[in-house]
Design a protein around this ligand. Structure first.
Ligand SMILES: NC(=O)c1ccc[n+]([C@@H]2O[C@H](COP(=O)([O-])OP(=O)(O)OC[C@H]3O[C@@H](n4cnc5c(N)ncnc54)[C@H](O)[C@@H]3O)[C@@H](O)[C@H]2O)c1
Ligand SMILES: O=P(O)(O)OC[C@H](O)CO
Length: 320
């Protein structure tokens, strides 16, 4: 396998460091200055400080080096992926393209693999997702992820090539379920952050996680996901991590809303845009997703945490 990672953010850099244990990796950054800086320092000081790059990582902004690979991990934020693929589609025909971002595109309501399929129909598509912080992966801490691919043989090949002694990939054919789990857990993590930031308490957070998971299953079923997938690493696993750790940017964004603190708007917070996408999908499919709805309104500043809480508590009592 000739491996490259597109997107030299925290996750792309973490994946490149981890996978360099298996062989050479090209790490592509869109910005020439950023690529030169990372290459010179042998560290991504801006996005993943404190994690030296092994010698066999070639950091570049040269698109030709990226195109030279046969397998490319796409670690570009979900809201930017479609446009990036649209511009570069011609270069990626027939390649293995593995989406590593978590979100649902606001303008098309597509997940990352659906974006690849739309822009590069000849590509072999897969989704790599699950509970993982970039720093943990870069530190070679034990991590388990889902590799979802419709094609059984290609999925098995990717699973074998992208696993390391500490990065353990579990194989799935349920691409839609894997896409949805990763995207939706970020929305629920924001809700949990708001809950804790506003001082609503840990019991309330447990309720948000559980009822949020019910919303994940509801929309998953409506969109054709296997409910089993949502109980796995890409769904419940990632929900557990992201809703309980302030290592998560989505959770921290929620904390900042709950406690009325400022938040750096340059931070990648996938759940904010995805909450809007999910609310639009809910409307389209006539689904009741109240937590996702209030997160969309909280993230855009339309309501405050007390209003969100009152909205959720005022709902009619019902069967679990
Ligand atoms: N950081 C993590 O721990 C982690 C773990 C698992 C999954 N992810 C997912 O990985 C994705 C990327 O997150 P990240 O943590 O690397 O974010 P980041 O903010 O650290 O980096 C984002 C990178 O994307 C690049 N980028 C932004 N817009 C672009 C565009 N239009 N074209 C090309 N490149 C562009 C930026 O230059 C930057 O290098 C997200 O979907 C996130 O959910 C992150
Ligand atoms: O920092 P977050 O909230 O984007 O979460 C990172 C990963 O998705 C956790 O699995």
């Amino acid at each position: 396998m000739k491996l490259a990672v597109a997107g030299a953010g925290a996750f792309g850099t973490g994946l490149a460091i981890s996978l360099a244990a298996n062989g050479p990796v090209t790490l592509w950054a869109r910005d020439a200055d950023a690529a030169a800086e990372i290459s010179k320092a042998r560290e991504n000081v801006q996005r993943l400080p404190g994690h030296p790059l092994p010698e066999n990582i070639n950091v570049t902004s040269n698109l030709a080096a990226l195109i030279d690979a046969d397998t490319i991990l796409l670690a570009i934020p979900a809201q930017k992926l479609g446009e990036w693929l649209k511009v570069n589609a011609d270069h990626f025909a027939d390649k293995r393209l593995v989406a590593c971002c978590k979100g649902i595109d606001q303008s098309t309501l597509r997940g990352p693999v659906a974006q690849i399929e739309a822009h590069v129909p000849s590509a072999i598509c897969a989704m790599l997702t699950g509970p993982s912080f970039a720093a943990d992966i870069a530190n070679h801490l034990p991590t388990a992820l889902t590799l979802a691919c419709n094609d059984v043989d290609e999925g098995a090949y990717l699973q074998a090539c992208l696993s390391t002694p500490t990065l353990r990939l579990y194989l799935s054919q349920d691409v839609i379920g894997a896409e949805l789990g990763g995207a939706l857990k970020n929305v629920i993590a924001i809700a949990c952050g708001v809950c804790m930031g506003a001082g609503f308490g840990e019991s309330a957070r447990a309720a948000v996680i559980t009822r949020g998971f019910a919303e994940m299953r509801r929309i998953g079923t409506a969109l054709g996901a296997d409910p089993e997938t949502l109980t796995g690493l890409s769904g419940f696993g990632d929900l557990a991590l992201t809703c309980t750790s302030d290592g998560s940017r989505n959770y921290r964004f929620g904390l900042s809303i709950g406690s009325a603190q400022d938040f750096d708007t340059a931070t990648t917070v996938e759940g904010a845009a995805t909450a809007v996408s999910v609310s639009n999908l809910a409307q389209k499919h006539d689904l009741d997703l109240p937590i996702c709805r209030v997160v969309a309104d909280l993230a855009s500043g339309k309501i405050d945490p007390e209003t969100a809480l009152a909205t959720l508590l005022a709902r009619p009592l019902r069967k679990e």
